[in-house]
Design a protein around this ligand. Structure first.
Ligand code: NAD
Length: 481
């Protein structure tokens, strides 16, 4: 008999508008992807609710000192670390991510809060002397960063229910901005929990309001409300591009999909490379924008590498997400699992070879390996946002770079080789936002710049420091000196 808890107590949630909890007649059910149980409900906001949130945000002038912002963020981090068990169980209940993954996510969210607290204290103003050229003057230029005049709209995806939210909210708090957040309707409970944590830590509620609802009804208002100065969005390419066309004269930060390779050269230590391959593919149920979505392997070592990947895939435990022994829980829903099975079946019908997995039961989808994959197959041409390891081979570095650059995406990459000439070529020639040597493409710390090019992202990067830049206006002040 299993003693593993399967869900949380039902949470009937409310909008967070101007410090009030607002309930509505119409609601959206939130279901546990593992057992289908309804774990909560959130309001379907009306346009009136959304407009009211922007009016409240716009009318409020944040006055927190750097010290106060930093203290709030540090306090929230401490509260969250104390409540790791409760918060990770909430993430697992609404997303199906394993407890291993959700506990790890809580640590990341606390890091984001702590980094935000440090950055809130840092004045990154610059001072320029003006007597640098023959026509210079005896003056100085001082730069300062100011919060935006209007309100920030933040829209987040389902895959890291709390960390995606933290990466938008924390830089906003650190810079004294006002934000209206719309989390994914698939995982809204973690976002509301995070907002409450910040209020408890002392954040004025006008600086962060949370709206939930049906995007078909409210998304355009979130994008075009006249109070909105900046839209920060993380999610799929299709909606990202829609936002780009809809936003008009506004700053837009788009963090979109990925199709990241792990490239294994013929000199690589294959034990180490295959460890990275499976971790990069299956952590977070493969639902990371920077998950390993393609394994590009030198043909000389492909056989030995594939054997190792298959053995490690079979050992990757998946099942009940609440069971701490499992490495992997479900994917977000049964429809997603079905899609993975279909693209894998399609690849097999076109000549790929299934070596492990492709089993499905509701939203549970087994870690899956296939080789003899060609770049034109849907499973690697498009983003497969789940635990699938397609293995492709190449004959030389030119071909590896060409295959890697041959999709519409350009987010991140991982490289396994010890040859410095190859390393330098990859670092220079891969058309991506990040090249990680001997790490998974998803490796980062929460502070550092993060984001892609091509269809993977537009404009500014994320990471606490870069987000702070994009969420502020740089003002220069000049004076006689
Ligand atoms: P999604 O694009 O389906 O949804 C993202 C958000 O957009 C949700 O909150 C949704 O409600 C909202 N939305 C829906 N219609 C909208 C509209 N018309 N206008 C504005 N917002 C609308 O993405 P998802 O399925 O939740 O997440 C998976 C995707 O996110 C993958 O493609 C993944 O690669 C990407 N992602 C990117 C990054 C990154 O940093 N580059 C990180 C994580 C995930």
């Amino acid at each position: 008999m299993s003693t593993v808890l399967e869900s949380i107590e039902f949470r009937a949630e409310a909008l967070r508008i101007g410090g009030e909890k607002v309930y509505t007649d119409r609601t959206i059910d939130v279901r546990n992807p593992y057992n289908g149980e309804c774990v909560g409900s959130v309001p379907m906001a009306t346009l009136e609710d959304v407009r009211r949130a922007y009016e409240i945000a716009h009318a409020y002038v944040p006055k927190l000192s750097r010290y106060e912002r930093s203290a709030i963020l540090n306090r929230a981090a401490a509260l969250l670390r104390e409540r790791t068990e409760e918060a990770s169980t909430l993430i697992t209940s609404e997303s199906g991510l394993s407890k291993k993954d959700s506990i790890y996510e809580i640590g990341r969210v606390a890091d984001v809060l702590n980094f935000g607290a440090i950055e809130a204290l840092r004045d990154d103003g610059q001072v320029f002397s003006c007597d640098l050229t023959p026509h210079g003057k005896s003056r100085k230029v001082i730069t300062t960063r100011e919060p935006l005049l209007g309100v920030i709209t933040a829209i987040t995806p389902f895959n890291h229910p709390m960390n995606q939210v933290a990466h938008k909210v924390v830089p906003s708090v650190a810079t004294n901005n006002r934000m209206v957040l719309k989390p994914s309707e698939k995982v809204p409970l973690s976002a509301l929990y995070f907002a409450d944590l910040l209020y408890e830590a002392g954040l004025p509620p006008q600086m962060l309001q949370v709206i939930t609802g049906d995007p078909r009804e409210i998304a355009d208002e979130l994008l075009t409300n006249p109070r909105v100065d900046l839209i920060t969005f993380t999610g799929g390419v299709e909606i990202g591009k829609y936002i780009a066309t809809k936003a008009g004269y506004r700053r837009v930060v788009l963090e979109l999909g990925g199709n990241d390779p792990l490239i294994v050269m013929d000199d690589a230590d294959l034990d180490r490379a295959s460890d990275l391959a499976v971790q990069g593919s299956y952590k977070n149920s493969g639902q990371r924008c920077t998950a390993v979505k393609r394994m590009l392997v030198h043909e000389k070592v492909a056989g030995a590498f594939t054997e190792r990947v298959v053995a490690k895939t079979r050992a990757w435990k998946y099942g009940n997400p609440m069971d701490k022994n499992n490495d992997m829980g479900t994917v977000i829903d049964a429809a997603a699992a079905l899609r993975f099975q279909q693209v894998v079946d399609e690849a097999v019908s076109q000549g790929a070879r299934l070596l492990a997995g492709n089993l499905r039961e509701g939203a549970l989808y087994s870690p899956t390996v296939l080789d003899r994959v060609r770049p034109e197959m849907t499973v690697v041409r498009e983003e497969t946002f789940g635990p699938v390891s397609p293995i492709l081979t190449f004959a030389n570095i030119d071909e590896a770079i060409a295959i890697s650059n041959g999709t519409a995406f350009g987010l991140s990459s991982g490289i396994c080789t010890n040859r410095t000439d190859d390393v330098t070529r990859f670092a220079k020639e891969l058309k991506v936002g990040t090249v990680n040597l001997w790490e998974v493409p998803g490796y980062r710390i929460e502070l550092t710049p993060f984001g892609g090019i091509k269809d993977s992202g537009l404009g500014y990067k994320e990471g606490v420091q870069e987000a702070i830049k994009s969420f502020t206006n740089c003002k220069t002040f000049t004076l006689p000196w």
